[in-house]
Design a protein around this ligand. Sequence first.
Ligand code: ZN
Length: 254
Amino acid sequence: MTGHEQFTEDLALYALGSLEGEAAGPLEHHLEECAACRQELARLEGDMALLALTTSGPSPPQRARQRLLKAIGREPRSLRTVFMRRPWWTLAPVFASLVLAIFGILLWRENARQRDRMEALRADASRNQATVEEAKHVLALLTDPSAMHVTLVAAQSMPQPAGKAIYMARNGALVFLASNLAPLAPAKTYELWLMPMDGDKPMPAGTFKPDPRGNAMVMMPPMTVGVEARTFAVTIEPEGGSATPTMPMVLVGP
Ligand SMILES: [Zn+2]
């Protein structure tokens, strides 16, 4: 059993395919007699194969990686020995194998990291996509001319014109929906107005014409950001809209 320790260290190089010819002679001789070293070599070779197969796989070859890293960690001594008894040009495969093995481990780690990042991004993207899809569906329903629009009112009363403004001063986003609007005279348009909180003069918030059923919509008109609204109103204006509202108001919020 003498020299057993020394051969154990050479096994890593041998498994990496970097101990050949004369240098491998004593180890190969020892392997013929030593079942323990044969078993360790088989394990190391198995680890190499496993590592090569799993650099892009889903599960970490934890045990294999640790053993191989340990084997490579022991390398400096073996390398020095190899240096002394070999011409420099026969060392190239040793380095190539070591670099490949280490690169394989780094690559596996990077892959695992990338995979986590990709999954997080994919989850984010699909959440965003779901929100966008939902908004698209709502928008498609609101704008589809074939959609059925039913206004429910108190029984036995005629449907009255009505409007609903949805507004956010923070970013100036505005959607306005109106129903039961009377048809317009030629060269006339409805105009929506924002009545500012601070009592300033009404600000134009888009012109619109109702469809034959009296429904209309103003979506995201260009607005000054940050203007708090007291309420909204609708007037009838000449085609193209006005700078100030023409009385009377057709619709006004509370
Ligand atoms: Zn042995």
